[in-house]
Design a protein around this ligand. Structure first.
Ligand code: GLU
Length: 345
């Protein structure tokens, strides 16, 4: 594994992270997640450390200047972080060392832990039954059983391929089940072969995947509290599997997955769907206290949106307050406006 680029902290600390992707300006859903991560760490006083990692690994999707906007917006909201900012784009060496370490391992039974996959997205879609209606497709394992001869032949021809990490192939093997206790969603259990499958660790364009990059970074940065949307619950299972192969003795991580925020159209808040971002809200005259009030309310910390500071939200913060209601939220900004919540929130 690559040496951590950030200073080590003692074992008694809670080390959290803000991990925004600079694919655009942050929207309310991103801020809501950053606020929860900030509260989780800052509620620990001097025993909490919060890192900032700019997840700019997916270079084709990175928007110029978005990293700077994100830092400016976090500072404007009063969501501070500790130590140097870590940029995934500068950690290629750590990722390739991690990949080598995984490539040197095998599953029980001799299956290489990492194997090349020559399937296109269309091949995979055609060969898979959609899983649980959330669009996540469990890789059907097409390339897992290819003979050495075929693999060598295709590699020699320079055929485009990704690299996948193998999970146990028998659903009843003892290590096929990944369990963790989520601070918000409670006990979780994923069957790796049935519900997750062999995920990509290096994409066919040569970039390391999100799953590998975050696992390597969280280990290197000593992160032991991860806060993010519940759409990543399943990713947690695969990241725990990867983590276990990179550093079996690594300290355990506390996970807190948050309910998702939908817009009025029922679609998840996302940069892709043009959800209101901090750029437009700030231009419309929203104050930091108003934005925090809406996010604090979405987290279940306030019974209605009202202007607050981060310090006020911190008073008496516990994860139980968030765990009380983990249904997804629907946010209708125009209603907040109509009810006078904005701009006189
Ligand atoms: N960069 C991801 C995002 O902005 C966060 C991923 C994670 O928390 O692991 O959604």
């Amino acid at each position: 594994m690559g040496e951590p680029r950030v200073d080590q902290v003692g074992p008694a600390k809670v080390v959290g992270r803000l991990a925004p992707s600079p694919t655009g300006r942050m929207h309310l859903g991103n801020i809501y997640a950053c606020l929860a991560a900030w509260l989780g760490v800052r509620s620990q006083g001097s025993c909490g450390v919060l890192r900032l990692r700019i997840e700019d690994i997916d270079t084709p999707r990175v928007v110029k200047d978005a990293g700077r906007w994100i830092m400016d917006d976090l500072a404007w909201l009063g969501l501070d972080w500790d130590g140097e900012v870590v940029y995934q784009s500068q950690r290629a060496d750590a990722y390739s060392q991690a990949l080598k370490l995984l490539e040197s391992q095998q599953l029980i039974g001799g299956q290489p832990l990492v194997y090349p996959c020559f399937c296109s997205r269309a091949d995979i879609r055609a060969a898979s039954a959609p899983n649980e209606g959330d669009g996540f497709i469990v890789y059907p394992g097409t390339c897992r059983g290819l003979s050495h001869r075929i693999v060598d032949e295709r590699l020699a021809r320079g055929q485009r391929h990704s690299l996948r990490i193998a999970v146990p192939d028998q659903p009843d093997e003892s290590d096929a089940i990944c369990c963790f206790d989520d601070l918000i969603f409670g006990p979780q259990s994923f069957n790796l072969p049935r519900q997750v499958g062999d995920v990509v660790v290096q994409r066919s364009d040569g970039l390391v995947s999100y799953q590998l990059a975050v696992t390597v970074d969280d280990l290197a940065m000593g992160v032991n509290q991860i806060v993010r949307g519940r759409d990543l619950l399943r990713s947690t299972a695969i990241q725990m599997w990867i983590r276990n192969h990179l550093q079996p003795q690594a300290p355990r991580v506390q996970y807190a997955h948050l309910p998702l925020i939908d817009g009025v159209d029922g679609r998840r808040m996302s940069k892709r769907f043009g959800s209101p971002d901090l750029g437009s809200l700030r231009r419309e005259g929203w104050t930091a206290r108003q934005v925090l009030g809406v996010c604090g309310w979405l987290l279940g910390l306030l019974d209605r949106p009202r202007p607050v500071s981060v310090q006020e939200l911190l008073d008496g913060f516990t994860w139980n307050m968030l765990a009380a209601d983990h249904k997804d939220r629907k946010l209708d900004l125009s209603k907040l406006e109509v009810s006078g919540a904005k701009p006189n929130l």
